[in-house]
Design a binder for this molecule. Sequence first.
Ligand code: NAD
Ligand code: UD1
Length: 340
Amino acid sequence: MNILVTGGAGFIGSHTLIELYKAGHTAVVLDNLSNSNPEALKRVAEIIGIREIPFYKVDIRDREGLGKVFAEHRFDACIHFAGLKAVGESVEKPWEYYENNIGGTLVLVDVMRKNGCKNIIFSSSATVYGDPEEIPITENCPKGQCTNPYGWTKSMLEQVLMDIQKADPEWNVVLLRYFNPVGAHPSGRIGENPNGIPNNLMPYITQVAVGKRKELGVFGNDYNTPDGTGVRDYIHVVDLANAHVCALQAIERNCGIGIYNVGTGNGYSVLDMVKAFIRVNGVDVPYSIKPRRAGDIATCYCNPAKAKAELGWEANYGIDDMVRDSWHWQSQNPDGYPEA
Ligand code: NAD
Ligand code: UD1
């Protein structure tokens, strides 16, 4: 299939491009580079062994720009990663988050349907479950109250896309609810490249290990979990990337609406991750216990059985692979990608 990949220069998008090509698909990337670097696409092409990945520096809110891309290509489906994703920033700038993520997706979907492309895989998040009513979380678990505008953009966009599909059954809409993506391509050439101080656990750990930050703050050790620290379902980004390739099968068989948890089904605590990182990589990660972070929940991991049964997808990488590949990327690229 020929796939439009919005946000394809970003962390998950860049890894997904490799798996798409490996599976025999082709892709065109559309990204405004607001949170990414074109160097990632150069390296993706290198890994795949092609001259370049077709790329358009276009914003998903730019109807005319999108129109030009669709005039030059015929797409079988869109994998829609483009969006702003910093939870804290979304609390400070809710308008910017709703306008970019929701406004942008509305323009994208309109241009898609006008050009006869009615297949979309959307990057959703475990955050739509709020404080989940059941653990492990299945897709039947009711959606919950999000604690920030970023989360609401995901929850609302799920609804928008489902309503569009219901009104026009020619659409196929696959909502992938990612748990906690970590790791990097095993080559060490591409990986997560956060701007400023990382919000998420794994990039913080790798930046402490590489000497860019003094110590990790562990946000709370008094949760009702085995060691008191928060438990999450970390998933290797290459496994996550492959879930998109498998999701294309759902589109091929006209699934209508498909909703899938994308996680491993294993819950690891903050200290489990820190200890695995130190053990596997032989580098120290100083840490100290800090107060809980507002909005955090104790435990979040999924039951990924539906994705296995319906998409034939399951995670292959374990915790040791995740911490090894995260470190491989960070240690080879201590400052991320070079400035373009
Ligand atoms: P990322 O920031 O690395 O990638 C997103 C890409 O979208 C960036 O390259 C950015 O430049 C681009 N972009 C943003 N707004 C755009 C716009 N208006 N027009 C065009 N391009 C735009 O993030 P990621 O971690 O790769 O996440 C990809 C998707 O998955 C996002 O939608 C994110 O919300 C979602 N998601 C991520 C996580 C995570 O922990 N990384 C978890 C759940 C869901
Ligand atoms: C975060 C986002 C969520 C998003 C998810 C997937 C928040 C509040 N939520 O969730 O919307 O869908 O990422 O990427 O940011 N931790 C520390 N020290 C740190 C960083 C994190 O102890 O410096 C702990 C957290 O308290 C948590 C765990 O590590 O228990 C994972 O945190 P993080 O990587 O930020 O992911 P989530 O909070 O699960």
